[in-house]
Design a protein around this ligand. Structure first.
Ligand code: AMP
Ligand code: MG
Length: 431
């Protein structure tokens, strides 16, 4: 697929992901706002971070020792005359100028004096009075970083669209930025559906279950950089479901959970099509999560009049509002969010596209599955350092929240594998 044209039907995992990524590439984030440096943590940069001066701003010693002229210590041992000391923070004074046969005692983080072109580590020296004996040669340039070697003044250090992690915070601090411009978080509506699903502050009847999906989704939305907008649970009844879906389209993205399977009361797709929504796929060859739906709907005003121009905080785009109909089984809801919803939220939050990357681990015990679907099964990653081992969590299927909560990753099984033996290298999706 080269364009984001409507495609219906069940597609492979890779196609489904690709379709979402193509649509995600068409959306824009909301406005920028200024926040103080620490509040910018895990937000998305709406400005570039630029070097306000050269980095390092002076030739910086990276070892404690003696600043020397490399040519003076080409043959060792060599005895040099000690002419001074420079601590970190001492202003580089032209008074200290290392000439032939001379050395200056220097500390890590201090500015290399004029004339010197290397630092000999203190471990390879012996000082006695005003002389220092050098026991090891150094190359010119060794043990210091030249001024501007890391970055030149004016150079872009981080692009717009970068998520601010602790290293980005350090970088912003190092260029003196106490405030950062970040994108406003996209508002992501969460709509759980199902007659059997009750709010968590209600006592569930004997055949009812509490709404857990809205909460797992809200947590995942926050983690992906969005602001959850929680809607009440929709019953499996057209009119109320439709009203809540329309309310959901007031947000930048709508996530529905449940009601997308083949059951008689799985009304989500019907109601969406009544609203004029189009679907880009109505299933993916994966397990769990096969019934996932992805599509968009031209905006409807509350009065029900179609409007082609999207309104809301994120910039209007061709397709109005995007939505995902996620399967209601809690494990399916969580997995399909990670696989497909996350990239759309990242795009709405202003982030550059992030590839989905699986890591490798050694399978701890044999796995047997049926072929035909790509599987993302709750698993436990253990081991230490380079010895990552993974095994399937014991679970009772896609409704088993406890099993997923006890797991820490997903084992990714290709659709053509029926049997995978212990010891094989397998793909793992972290969560
Ligand atoms: P559905 O996708 O509507 O067919 O639902 C699949 C399964 O997930 C059913 O067993 C539902 O009871 C369960 N389920 C649906 N919605 C939720 C929810 N919000 N919280 C917990 N379980 C749910
Ligand atoms: Mg249902």
């Amino acid at each position: 697929m080269t364009t984001a044209s409507p495609t219906t039907g069940v597609v492979s995992f890779a196609e489904a992901r690709h379709i979402v990524e193509q649509h995600a590439a068409t959306v824009s984030p909301g406005d920028a706002e200024a926040v103080d440096l620490l509040s910018a943590f895990s937000r998305v940069l709406a400005e570039e971070i630029v070097a306000d001066r050269d980095f390092p701003p002076f030739p910086r010693a990276t070892r404690d020792g003696y600043a020397v002229r490399a040519q003076d210590v080409a043959e060792v041992p060599a005895s040099l005359k000690l002419i001074g000391e420079i601590k970190a923070g001492d202003s580089p004074t032209s008074a200290v100028n290392v000439q032939q046969g001379q050395a200056v005692s220097i500390m890590t983080g201090a500015a290399l004096p004029w004339g010197a072109d290397a630092v000999v580590m203190v471990e390879y020296t012996a000082q006695s009075g005003s002389a220092v004996e050098i026991e090891r040669s150094v190359r010119s340039g060794e043990n210091y970083v030249p001024r501007g070697a890391e970055a030149r003044q004016g150079q872009v250090l981080l692009d717009r669209g970068t998520r601010v992690d602790h290293a980005a915070i350090a970088l912003a601090a190092s260029v003196g930025k106490g405030w950062l411009q970040v994108f406003q978080k996209p508002r992501i509506a969460v709509l759980a559906t199902g007659d059997e699903v009750v709010a968590i502050d209600k006592d569930p009847g004997p055949s009812q279950i509490r709404n857990s999906n809205s909460y797992s989704l809200a947590a995942q939305i926050q983690n992906a950089g969005g602001e959850p907008v929680m809607l009440p649970v929709a019953p499996d009844e057209r009119v109320r479901l439709r009203a809540l879906i329309e309310e959901g389209f007031d947000s930048d993205l709508l996530l529905l959970a449940g009601g997308v399977s083949m059951g008689k009361y799985d009304l989500v797709e019907q109601v969406l099509s009544e609203l004029g929504a189009e679907s880009y796929f109505t299933g993916a060859q994966i397990q769990p999560g096969r019934p996932i739906v992805f599509g968009s709907c031209k905006r409807h005003t509350r009065a029900g009049t179609p409007s082609t121009v999207a309104q809301g905080r994120s910039a209007p785009h061709l397709h109005g509002r995007y939505f995902f109909g996620l399967p209601g089984n809690p494990v399916s809801t969580m997995v399909t969010f990670e696989l497909f919803v996350r990239p759309m939220i990242q795009a709405l939050s202003g982030r550059r596209p992030q590839p989905l990357i699986f890591l490798k681990a050694r399978l701890k015990s044999d796995v047997r599955t049926k072929t035909g679907l790509k599987r993302f099964l709750p698993a436990v990653l253990s081991g230490e350092f380079e010895n990552a081992e993974v095994e399937l969590a014991r679970w009772q299927g896609s409704g088993d929240i406890a099993a997923l909560a006890g797991a820490n990753c997903y084992l990714v099984i290709p659709p053509d594998r029926e049997q995978i033996s212990a010891g094989e290298s397998v793909s793992v999706m972290m969560r």
